[in-house]
Design a protein around this ligand. Sequence first.
Ligand SMILES: NC(=O)c1ccc[n+]([C@@H]2O[C@H](COP(=O)([O-])OP(=O)(O)OC[C@H]3O[C@@H](n4cnc5c(N)ncnc54)[C@H](O)[C@@H]3O)[C@@H](O)[C@H]2O)c1
Length: 252
Amino acid sequence: MTRVVICGALGRMGTTIAGLLQDAEGLEFVGGVDIKGGELFGKPVVPAGEIDAFLERIQPDVMVDFTIAAAAVGNIRAGARHGVALVIGTTGFSGEQMQEINGYIEGAVPAVISSNYSVGMNIFWKLVREAAQRLADYDIEVIEAHHRYKKDAPSGTARTILGIIEDEVGPREKLYGREGMTERTNEIGVHVVRGGDIVGDHTVLFAANNETIELSHRAYDRAVFAHGVVRAARYITGKAPGIYSMDDVLSL
Ligand SMILES: NC(=O)c1ccc[n+]([C@@H]2O[C@H](COP(=O)([O-])OP(=O)(O)OC[C@H]3O[C@@H](n4cnc5c(N)ncnc54)[C@H](O)[C@@H]3O)[C@@H](O)[C@H]2O)c1
């Protein structure tokens, strides 16, 4: 049995993942970490300050992190120190935070890092790459929408999309919303919507005179991310130290 601990266990994603782990063959949810602690599916959830002692006691194989960037850096450091394989879903890391995370992981533990664990989004990224390769001279805009409680903007997924587009069309200015007198040049417009319980919508618009192409992905339930997390947890157990992507997990 692969023993799985979840950081952010009491959050939206944490509870969804723990729920799915109840029926996941070969994986066992053995406990969690969250700000205040508590209980989930009969397993202990300890307060964040106790993570080291908890990992020492529980000896998990995999630690999943869906918290917030500032917290995840410390959790990852703790997981790596205890030799636990990692599945990291938290988004919103700065460049410095990513560097710090890489430093904890490299040579120490295997880790899957992805801004989006849904299978569909990982295919969507391929479609965006293909389109961007061929449509570099079109005007490009990225639009994303999420629920009212999402903390980081634009979403980690949108940031991944922007990285893919720029891989193909070269670096461009990103313009986050427009107001007043604006004249379009070569920028990529980025537009963020927050409201209600939207799970996660992403659209990439390629526009030229007389035609547009819109690629859209909509997640209707957090289960799509949680299913990917379960696959990643199975994949990462026993791998060599280093950073892996969902491309590796899904053999894309
Ligand atoms: N990669 C993906 O596929 C994917 C999908 C959905 C959400 N996310 C990201 O996952 C993260 C969590 O999203 P959510 O909607 O579940 O948020 P949420 O606010 O519902 O849950 C986050 C949880 O983390 C807890 N937390 C905060 N600091 C902590 C700490 N130091 N130690 C342990 N727990 C701590 C909070 O108390 C909360 O329960 C966000 O960064 C979000 O963007 C990623």
